[in-house]
Design a protein around this ligand. Sequence first.
Ligand code: AP5
Length: 260
Amino acid sequence: MSGHPTRIGWFSAREVECNPPPPAREHPYRLVLLGPPGVGKGTQALLLSEDLRACHLSTGDLFRATRCQSAPSPAMQVAIDAMNRGELVREDLVIQMVRERSKCIQCLGGFLLDGFPRNIHQAEALSALMDELRVAPDAVVSYELPWEEIVARLSGRRTCSECRAVFHVASQPPSRSDRCDRCGASLMQRDDDRPEAIRVRLRTYESETRPLADYYSGTGKLLSVPAHGTPREICRRTLAALHALAPPATPHPTSSRAPG
Ligand code: AP5
């Protein structure tokens, strides 16, 4: 979509650089988005990227893109099977995938990291990586919503099979029920949006991911944002909370320009 930073570097890891490269920002925003499955992190990342010009880096999107390949590696097939059941993908694989995309973490266009970290071990791995790259997160935005609304958002989600645009049968319906408004491709329901996988994902969130709020609250960078209302309202709420913080950290003088 025009106006959104390209994510080619994220999807292709080392081989391809974003073209055109994202515009370097004097103060690039580097945000971590937290929250239960279906709370609306991806929807917010899209809206926030319009305002902040930072790139939406989603680990879930990475796995879904790999699933579309004709012959995923055996390790990746195991990851895809775990994802379809609603379980977390193997830790070492996720951390390796993020490390291979260090240039996106370091990019002077900034980032909105969605889906990583998902537990304390991943949070420590991210912290170590960012220390190595001499960058720091500006904020960790944690979206909050009651369970019943989350389940309604997940069960009604429809995703474009081509461009990954997200719709909802009730709150964001496409103009034609089975077609993407953006590219015209068919819409599908994600395998992990089936009721049994939703149950596993919510349980996993409670045991693995929710403790991250405590972990980050000690850093003074945690912003809790209620996720009720329309996507635009939530986006405005997020921006207001961000702007109430100090401006984003100036890039470390030794950070190199890296395409995202
Ligand atoms: P991932 O893709 O990260 O999924 P998730 O965290 O479960 O989040 P979702 O994408 O389901 O939801 P969302 O919060 O982005 O909501 P959305 O904006 O779409 O991960 C998938 C899987 O990959 C994991 O389960 C795991 O297997 C694996 N994985 C990924 N990262 C991993 C990691 N680090 N470690 C291990 N495994 C990993 O919105 C949902 C719906 O609600 C949409 O239909 C939308 O239109 C609608 N909606 C949004 N906002 C609103 C609103 N304000 N009002 C009404 N409807 C709304």
